[in-house]
Design a protein. Structure first.
Length: 298
C-alpha cells in the first residue's frame, strides 16, 4: 500500500488518476456502499487536496484538513466488486501532508474502521477522530484546530460531503470562526431535485437549514425560473449565503457538476468556497482538468 501511495502522488501531480489509483483490497473491515460516480469525486478531491497542501505549505505555519462526514475510509461501489479509498485516506496521501487531520463520523462502526485504517496506512499522521454528528460537534471540531496567532498562521480546508442536501449552514458558519476554506458537495440534483415536492412543502425545513435562510421558497417563486433550474437556484442561493460570512461570490458555473456515467444525468455540484482568490486559482485548474482531461503541472 505504501508503494501504491508513492505512485499515486506522482500521478496526482500529473492529473492522470484513474479508478485503479483508488482501488484497495478487502481488509476485513466495513465497506459502506458508494455510487459508481464516487471515483470522479475522489479524483477531483485528490487533485484539489494536492494543490492546496502544496501551494499553502510555505505560506501558512499550520495546515489542517477537516472531513465532516469522514465515513469508514474505504467504500465498495454499488453493484460491483470494486473497492475504493475514500476522502480521508486520499487526503492523508498528499505529497505534502497536512499538519493535522480531523475526521468526524457519526456511525461508530465506520469510525472504528477508519481509525484502524489510518493507524495502518498513516501511523505517523497527526489525526483527531471525533465521533458524533458534525452538526452537534462544532465546538469539539474547533477545539481540535490549533489556535492561530500573529506568529503562527493556521489555515484549514474542510470537506463537506454529506449523503444528501442535509447539512446545516449554521455548522459551517460556526466553523468559519477558524480561518477555513470549504469544499462542499451540493446534492441539488440527486436529492433536492428528486424530492422537490417534499421540500417545497411548508413543513419541510431541510433546505432552509442547508441554505441558512427561511424565505428561500418566496425567492424561488419570485425568480420565475423553470422547474429544471431548481438545482442551479439552490447552488447559487447557498453560494450567496456563504458571502454573508465572508466568502467570495460564486456562481453555478464556478462549480463542478458531476454526472452519472450511464445516462449522463446530473447528480450534484462540487463547490469551493474561500476568502482568498488564490484558492480559486487552484480550483480553476481542477475544473479545467475535470472538464477537458488536461494535465496539471509537475
Amino acid at each position: 500500500m505504501y508503494g501504491q501511495f508513492s505512485e499515486m502522488n506522482h500521478r496526482i501531480k500529473r492529473a492522470e488518476l484513474s479508478m485503479d489509483e483508488f482501488c484497495v483490497s478487502d481488509d476485513g473491515l466495513i465497506f459502506p456502499e458508494i455510487g459508481p460516480w464516487a471515483e470522479e469525486k475522489y479524483r477531483l478531491i485528490a487533485l484539489y487536496d494536492h494543490l492546496f497542501a502544496k501551494g499553502m505549505k510555505d505560506k501558512w505555519d499550520v495546515r489542517v484538513y477537516v472531513d465532516l462526514y469522514a465515513g469508514a475510509g474505504f467504500g465498495k461501489v454499488k453493484g460491483a466488486e470494486t473497492r475504493l479509498m475514500g476522502s480521508p485516506i486520499v487526503a492523508l496521501n498528499v505529497e505534502f501532508p497536512f499538519d493535522r487531520y480531523i475526521f468526524c463520523e457519526q456511525d461508530p462502526e465506520k469510525l472504528d474502521a477508519l481509525r484502524q485504517r489510518v493507524r495502518r496506512l498513516a501511523p505517523s499522521a497527526d489525526v483527531v477522530f471525533i465521533g458524533g454528528d458534525c452538526d452537534e460537534c462544532g465546538e469539539e471540531i474547533l477545539h481540535a484546530i490549533p489556535r492561530g496567532s500573529a506568529s503562527r498562521k493556521v489555515l484549514s480546508l474542510c470537506l463537506v460531503d454529506p449523503y444528501d442536501f442535509g447539512f446545516k449552514f449554521d455548522t459551517l458558519k460556526r466553523l468559519s470562526a477558524a480561518y477555513m476554506d470549504f469544499m462542499v458537495l451540493l446534492a441539488a440534483q440527486m436529492d433536492a431535485n428528486r424530492n422537490y415536492e417534499n421540500y417545497m412543502a411548508a413543513g419541510s425545513t431541510k433546505i432552509a437549514e442547508a441554505l441558512g435562510v427561511k424565505d428561500w421558497r418566496q425567492r424561488w417563486e419570485a425568480s420565475n425560473l423553470p422547474r429544471n433550474r431548481f438545482p442551479v437556484f439552490l447552488a447559487e442561493e447557498f453560494a450567496q449565503s456563504m458571502t454573508t460570512i465572508g466568502y467570495l461570490p460564486r456562481k453555478a458555473h464556478d462549480m463542478k457538476r458531476v454526472k452519472t456515467y450511464d445516462n449522463n444525468m446530473a447528480l450534484y455540484y462540487l463547490a469551493l468556497f474561500s476568502k482568498h482568490q488564490r484558492a480559486y486559482e487552484f480550483w480553476k485548474d481542477v475544473l479545467k482538468y475535470g472538464t477537458n482531461q488536461r494535465t496539471l503541472w509537475e
